[in-house]
Write a protein that binds this ligand. Sequence first.
Ligand code: DX5
Ligand code: ZN
Length: 239
Amino acid sequence: MNSNVAEMMIAPSLLACNQSCFGEEAERAGRSGADWLHLDIMDGHFVPNISFGPQVVKAIRPLTKLFFDVHLMCSKPEILLESFAKAGADEMIIHVELSEQVPSLIHKIKSLGKKVGLAINPPTAIAAVQPFLEQIDLLLVMTVNPGFGGQEFIPKCLPKIQQAQGWRREKNLSYRISVDGGINDQTAAECARSGADTFVAGTSLFGARSLEAAVKKMREIVNENQPGAGGLEMEGTGA
Ligand code: DX5
Ligand code: ZN
């Protein structure tokens, strides 16, 4: 029985929506067949851009049942966690680059009753996340340098996904492995083959003519490309 293999999740990133109508766009995502809505919070300090805050998250919360995956690209997430928790976040992702603050941030997110994600930027070695694997629900492998949508996928990040998947299996853990940045049908397939199970995509999904069709296609592609898919072996019953 392979209990640490996760169901594939598709998470459109609201950053790439038509920002003149967040509400309609959140509803559109809710009707698209996606599983999660990824919400990128940028503070103009941790990353050189500003996006939106808890007020927007609160305003769209009643409009969809999607799981709210809140990605905090912020230097001081501790001052924001409570606001995002109240606004309706289901998970809050902080960055491992905040180094010594990470343990207390994880603790705080858990104490707010939310799922915990840990993100890692392309230049940071994957070893940085190893001490936290037992404590997190999701590892977010950034596949671009964070701050902007529409950037090109960095293939050098693929070995990190493989390492994260190897550790998950060895340690029998169940954290999700998410990828974020430059994810389209082709790069999603590569990430799925490496062990990713959660796919954040802004430009390729919100920019598609039909969000629903784009989500459906990406889901088919990642399912076909997950390790073991299409193989002859079947899981034993383990009984
Ligand atoms: C980048 C953000 C991403 C962004 C991805 O800093 O963390 O979530 O929305 O956008 P695309 O899919 O356009 O690269
Ligand atoms: Zn993100």
